[in-house]
Design a protein around this ligand. Sequence first.
Ligand SMILES: [Cu+2]
Length: 169
Amino acid sequence: PSFRLLNHQLIIPDADLTVKVTGNASWAWTYSYPKDEGGGFEFQSRLLDQDTLAPGKLRLLDVDNEAVVPVNKVVRMQVTADVVGIIHSFVVPAFGVRIDAVPGRLNETWFKAEKEGIYYGQCSKLCGKDHAYMPIVFRVVSEEAYKAWLVEGQKKFAAVETPVRLAAT
Ligand SMILES: [Cu+2]
């Protein structure tokens, strides 16, 4: 019965969008936005230099490139890790999201943010030297701002074909 429950817990509602996140061997996260959902790019998200932190930026949490998602939408997260890397864990407490990022495996989870704002998380699986320095940052914005950000992202970030793929069930 417990396995049936666990399985049921993993059922992902119809998603409005998909974001793939990869835990990097070099202690950063890569976010990929699928082309067929207006993205077609990916970028790395790294902790800001702690010695030259601008006022208002949070120590050990703020990053150079935040992941951006629209408010009140079901976001399906596909979670994995560099094949040459090690297991990380993708955790954003305010979303109730906690799932391992395993090399060679595409895990899935989801969340729906009901308020705009900035949400922080951290890697939660000991992964080597910089385990404490690979935070997760989501900026939740209005639908219009999200669309504008997608257009900006296509210019700013590396182009990539990221088809939406379901994890093995
Ligand atoms: Cu890690």
